[in-house]
Design a protein around this ligand. Sequence first.
Ligand SMILES: Cc1cc2nc3c(=O)[nH]c(=O)nc-3n(C[C@H](O)[C@H](O)[C@H](O)COP(=O)(O)O)c2cc1C
Length: 384
Amino acid sequence: MNLPAAASEHSRVSMRDRMAMYNDNVLKIGLFGSNCSSGRAVTRVPERWSGNWEDNLALARMADDAGIDFILPVGRWKGYGGDTDYMGTTLETITWATGLLAHTKRLIAFGTVHAPLFHPLIAAKQFVTADQVSGGRFGLNVVVGWNEDEFQMFGVTQREHEQRYDYAQEWLDAVKLAWGPKDDFDYDGRFLKLKNVRAKPKPYGGSRPLIMNAGASPAGRAFAIRNCDAFFTQASLTSIEETAGRVKAAKDDAAAQGRELDVYAVGVVTCRPTQKEAEEYYNYATIENADWSAVDGILGKKNISPATVGEEEFQKQRHHYAHGLGGLLMVGDPDRIAGQLADLSRAGLRGIGFSFVNYLKELPYFCDEVLPRLERLGIRQKRA
Ligand SMILES: Cc1cc2nc3c(=O)[nH]c(=O)nc-3n(C[C@H](O)[C@H](O)[C@H](O)COP(=O)(O)O)c2cc1C
């Protein structure tokens, strides 16, 4: 494998190659959220992530050289306010991915795309373009929408929850038709009516981009099982058995529909030479210097307040959201972080997408110290 950068125009790329991200790493490692200001750390510390293009480009090149497998953006149109306007400055994800793919050789870059906001035929062509630019390294994260005020910005009314996934199904069916073998087709759905469509060219190498989704509701999970190659779900470090059960259930449900599905999680990493240093930095950045007014903005959009959930739960949720919209919290020295990743791999997870407070400053230490430990444990290939 390892073919996309050097692949010729006529190379075939199988879905299995795409799902393996063109390498033999048992546990895939990616970066999550770097296209947004502050990434996933709702913090006021001065070293918080800029999210600007120069830093994203430097990060993607560094990650590509270090053998990181993927980079996954957040699709966000409006920030959460607070002292820092958390996630207030964001790069659009399809163009961001295309730019990064043009400057890298190996990693997969996802676009995170709101199905209700993008016309499926325009979107399908954008995905094909990104896929061609990169020799088959574009991936699609389909999202149906989270925040009401983002939709108001576009003059689009959010559908009722279940219907969002009904619409997304038609949207994705139309995208897949545009990617498929037929150049000409009609699509007559409940929501979408597309006549005399012509869709050329097709994705790179005779297959199609990886598709992922992170739906948490029964409708969202069912959408992932029916359509996706990768499903991002919640994982637990305190109960690896519970994580293993979740992974197995999702894979079994997909297999029952004749489909192969890989299961992923997201996490927030603070890795330092000693456990004490890691905990001190975590407390400094995420507790003492949290942008609490932005955290309250996130909670407000989710209708989580002392009045709706009670004071105790509200305080719990405040701490949970201080490190950016959830995910596994991993704070420790390299041995601890590598051990936790090995546990997650044993639970059957195919990969994990991380964020750091400052991705560019923290990634080198992670790559120098944690990746070799994972190589010795046999869950990552030796880097060249
Ligand atoms: C890894 C991950 C990435 C996500 N990215 C986005 C995003 O960028 N934009 C967005 O609106 N929602 C995003 N979501 C939200 C999910 O797509 C989904 O809407 C959410 O988990 C709630 O599930 P539900 O839609 O089934 O209710 C993400 C969730 C996760 C866990």
